[in-house]
Write a protein that binds this ligand. Structure first.
Ligand code: HEC
Length: 299
């Protein structure tokens, strides 16, 4: 009997220990070699790390806790590690950037949430907890992205949007091959992604499907934002206005006269009624004052 109990205890302990090891031995991040070697253009100085601290506090602290303080969310599985730890600090800047950009399961992708420079600033902050860290700056030329031209044209027969990406180098035009492209439509609140994320072909072209009944403004204009990411030319964002939406002429609260808006345009009848009331009350007051004046002088 006693032996059975001990056996049970031993096996339960064994299972718990095994689970613990399984859990703590989280998967490694398989980052492609070229991205692993990626470095930042931004110098990780005090200013960058201070900006990074604000970004970290807003976006990361809820799961990862404050670096070095051990207040990360240990109830989550896998546990979001304390980022000042040796394991995280042993990753390259490129790996950290990749993790922030793509995410994995509970670790969110910050690609759409933080622009590239903010992702680097968050990394600058994480690195500030590592005394032995020495930054290797990227030799990548930031100004190269200015050479890129994004051209979007619409084919109304096929309902397709064609995106052409090229760079006007001094030596001639370079077509951007295998560049990642995301298309968005500007809405009142945020952006709506069109189709999926695509890559340009060998001619620097990607073709997107455009939804048939997308509402535009009253002339049918739609603002299309293309976000291009290229290995050599970096991140480029361009805005194109195209007359391809369904014209929508809804009276907007901000443009029409209405009772309930807080802008300058009240309806005319309301203004007239209001002014008549004010004039009437003022006239009554003046009449009373006149009456008082007459009483005073009637002695
Ligand atoms: C919703 C919770 C959550 C938020 C918010 C979050 N993370 Fe994570 N993060 C995780 C989890 C969970 C993991 C472990 C994922 C895994 O191993 O599969 C992780 C892993 C990481 C890793 C890899 C660490 C290592 O040593 O393997 C880094 C780096 C990282 N996060 C950075 C950040 C940064 C920077 C932010 C804010 C911009 C952030 N995370 C926001 C949950 C979160």
């Amino acid at each position: 009997m006693l032996r059975k109990k001990i056996n049970l205890k031993v096996s339960i302990t064994f299972i718990i220990v095994a689970l613990f090891f399984l859990n703590s031995d989280a998967q490694t991040w398989n980052v492609p070699a070229d991205l692993k070697a990626k470095n930042s253009n931004l110098k990780f100085d005090d200013a960058a790390s201070k900006d990074g601290e604000a970004i970290y506090t807003k976006n990361c602290v809820s799961c990862h806790g404050n670096p070095g303080k051990g207040n990360n969310l240990v109830t989550m599985n896998p546990i979001p590690p304390d980022l000042s730890g040796a394991k995280t600090q042993g990753l390259t800047d490129g790996e950290l950037f990749y993790i922030l950009t793509s995410g994995r399961a509970l670790m969110p992708s910050f690609k759409q949430i933080l622009p590239e420079v903010d992702r680097w600033k968050a990394i600058a902050y994480i690195r500030s907890f590592n005394k032995s860290y020495v930054q290797v700056l990227s030799k990548f030329d930031d100004s190269k992205s200015k050479l890129v031209k994004v051209n979007i044209t619409f084919n109304d027969k096929t309902n397709m949007l064609r995106v052409d990406v090229k760079a006007n180098e001094k030596s001639g035009v370079v077509l951007l091959k295998d560049a990642e492209i995301l298309l968005f439509v500007n809405r009142y609140f945020g952006k709506l992604q069109l189709d999926k994320t695509l890559r340009t072909n060998n001619e620097g072209i990607a073709i997107f499907e455009f939804p048939k009944d997308l509402p535009g403004d009253k002339n049918g204009n739609v603002d299309i934002v293309a976000k291009v990411t290229d290995q050599v030319y970096g991140e480029i964002e361009s805005l194109t206005k195209l007359k391809i939406g369904v014209p929508t002429d809804k009276p907007s609260l901000t443009e029409q006269r209405s009772i309930w808006n807080v802008l300058t345009k009240a309806p005319i009848w309301l203004i007239i009624t209001y002014l008549s009331c004010v004039l009437f009350v003022t006239a009554c007051l003046l009449y009373v004052l006149y009456g008082l004046y007459k009483i005073k002088n009637s002695k």
